[in-house]
Design a protein. Structure first.
Length: 385
């Protein structure tokens, strides 16, 4: 909103210096400073409020009695994702072009999944139901957000020219089309039959993967901060005709404005890390984890680079795969032999390393380093063909 006000003043009175607000890089920097300030300033008050309301983390009995005990974390305030949502929302509303389709859609995706996560945290803490909301309700919320994102990206006239295209590394043209029905002249637009399920799957998968990663102090916060730094580059490149031409990637008019949003996400994560680093004073809960998943998933879809996700968010990907492998193998061996066996000592993967005796702070730091390396590798993919 402040962006539009300053732009109006600049056009009306032309005061010196106001024109710099037109630059995305300047507004991204201002959004970062604003989001960081909101997270640091609001964080203390929100944490105190969560303590007064006794909205603390509940450690499951099985977890406490298992190979890795987190009993010492019981009672730590949760639902701290509210801090991240306030920081990102406030900074984006101030410095972002919120009328831009990409920006408001990113805010809707992040906010919508934040609401789903909040409902889950509310049931766990206030209603004292450890399992949270019915899993099908959570999936329904994720699917609903995915349908909104996919529907806008496919049916909105602004995206008609490339609504089913996406970037693919290593290919000569670096683009594929999800519309499998284009090979037949059916006389009916059926591209959405393929594209919408793809978007729903990615939104659901990413938000769940981020949620699974949220198991150690500062892990999800730091990993997402690094992933968001990569998304800043992808959004700016995709929305800048010169950079897009130089790197031979799709030029997507308007996506540059996502730079402001993702810069706010990055700074909000770093601000939250002030309180969430080991030993954590607050946990983000599903409120923050699902919201961050929505931000990452929707942004990567809007810049048409979702096939870079396994590399860009390799920690998310590995954590999710470890749970799938563990669960599948356990069920398979129990059915075949009567006794379930495990591939990892615990799942998700970060708990496996904890069970091996590695301190959680060291695990977190190493996962951050891995993420930083793979984010750089993902950006290098833009030039390889």
């Amino acid at each position: 909103m402040l962006y539009y006000l300053i732009d109006y003043i600049d056009q009306l009175y032309e005061p010196p210096g106001f024109q710099v607000i037109q630059f995305i890089t300047v507004r991204a920097a201002l959004a970062s400073i604003t989001a960081l300030g909101i997270a640091l300033w609001a964080g203390q008050g929100i944490i105190r409020w969560l303590r007064r309301q006794q909205l603390g983390e509940t450690v499951r009995e099985g977890e406490a009695a298992g190979a890795v005990s987190h009993v010492h974390k019981a009672g730590t305030p949760t639902m701290g994702g509210i801090i991240i949502l306030l920081a990102v929302g406030g900074a984006t509303f101030l410095w972002g072009a919120i009328a831009n389709t990409y920006v408001w859609l990113a805010l809707v995706a992040m906010g919508g999944l934040g609401v789903v996560g909040f409902a889950d945290d509310y049931v766990k803490t206030v209603k004292t139901q450890k399992e949270g909301i019915n899993p099908w309700y959570k999936i329904a919320g994720q699917v609903g957000v995915g349908l909104v994102v996919g529907g806008v990206l496919y049916f909105h006239p602004d995206f008609a020219a490339y609504n089913t295209y996406t970037f693919v590394p290593f290919l000569k043209d670096q683009v594929i089309d999800y519309d499998l029905f284009r090979f037949w002249e059916l006389g009916v637009d059926l591209g959405w039959v393929v594209y919408l399920p793809v978007v729903v799957f990615i939104i659901t998968a990413v938000s769940n993967a981020v949620n699974l990663t949220d198991g150690l102090d500062g892990l999800t916060t730091g990993v997402t901060a690094f992933v968001s730094l990569g998304l800043i580059a992808l959004a700016y490149i995709s929305g800048n005709a010169n950079f897009a031409t130089f790197l031979n990637v799709m030029f997507l008019p308007g996506t540059g404005e996502l730079t402001v949003f993702v810069a706010a996400v990055t700074a909000a994560c770093f601000g939250f890390l002030w309180y969430n680093g080991y030993p954590a004073s607050v946990f983000m809960g599903d409120t923050g984890a699902l919201a961050l998943g929505g931000a990452v998933g929707s942004t990567i879809l809007m810049v048409r680079k979702e096939l870079l996700l396994p590399l860009l968010g390799i920690v998310y990907f590995t954590e999710a795969v470890s749970v799938i492998v563990q669960t599948t193998y356990f069920k398979y061996t129990r059915r075949r032999t009567g006794t379930g066996k495990r591939v990892f000592r615990m799942a998700p993967l970060h708990h496996h390393y904890e069970a091996l005796g590695i301190h959680e702070a060291k695990i977190v730091t190493r996962f951050w380093i891995v993420t930083a390396i793979t984010v750089i590798a993902a950006l290098l993919m833009l030039r390889i063909r």
